[in-house]
Ligand binder design. Structure first.
Ligand SMILES: [Fe+2]
Length: 220
């Protein structure tokens, strides 16, 4: 599969163009760049397949089919991922649908063809949420792990009437495997800044190990 990152001029280049003083050139936009569009990969679980399950909520660390409180919890280092959905002018996007999907600690995806030798049945693998009036969103999941041939990543898809649909992937900021990832390597520095998740250790006593704040910037 071939990544198709959207090539939006980095702000740095815009400023260089301005500094050049070429008054006859059309001035490029100084707006923020948006999330680079990427392939959904082979393991996006289709809505029809997902319909067989009961739980695709924003907490991927528990598959709560029975809504019982004691459902087994996902293996891995739990991660609270949150932030805001904003457009390329910095305005909050209210009511954006957000989907994330990733493999479990064994490298298995929730997909008809995504299971490896081992599956963590307690990991939901796919979750959906919606940004609130302030554009805020939040997921509980696991810190992504290395998948054969890929750096740890979380797939993300956003939908909203104002911008349509965008599919991208989030990476762990500073992760050594990023430098060997063909998709990450295809991104510019400006694009990496939009898909890097800086992870922070959660305070002692927190149910999760990691916290990440990640604005999801969309063009509209
Ligand atoms: Fe993937």
């Amino acid at each position: 599969m071939t990544p198709t990152p959207t090539r939006i001029p980095a702000r740095r280049h815009c400023l260089q163009a301005l500094a050049g003083g070429a008054a006859t050139l059309a001035l490029p936009s100084l707006a923020f760049a948006a999330l680079p569009a990427m392939t959904e990969g082979p393991f996006y679980p289709s809505p029809a397949w997902r319909a067989r399950e009961l739980d695709w909520d924003a907490d991927l660390t528990r598959v709560n089919r029975t809504k019982a409180g004691d459902a087994p919890r996902a293996a891995g280092e739990w991660l609270d991922l949150g932030g805001s959905v904003v457009d390329d002018k910095g305005r909050a996007v209210d009511g954006a649908e957000i989907e994330i999907w990733q493999c479990d600690v064994h490298g298995s995806y929730r997909h008809p063809r995504g299971a490896g030798n081992q599956v963590d049945a307690a990991f939901q693998g796919f979750g959906a949420s919606r940004s609130d009036a302030q554009g805020l969103y939040r997921f509980r999941t696991i810190k992504p792990v290395v998948y054969p041939g890929r750096a740890p990543h979380i797939h993300v898809r956003l939908r909203h009437a104002s911008f349509g649909e965008v599919t991208s992937q989030l990476f762990v900021a500073g992760e050594a495997a990023n430098t060997r990832d063909f998709i990450y390597n295809s991104l510019s520095a400006a694009e990496r800044a939009l898909v890097d998740m800086p992870l922070q250790r959660a305070p002692a006593g927190s149910p999760v190990v990691w916290l990440a704040q990640r604005s999801l910037v969309v063009g509209r």
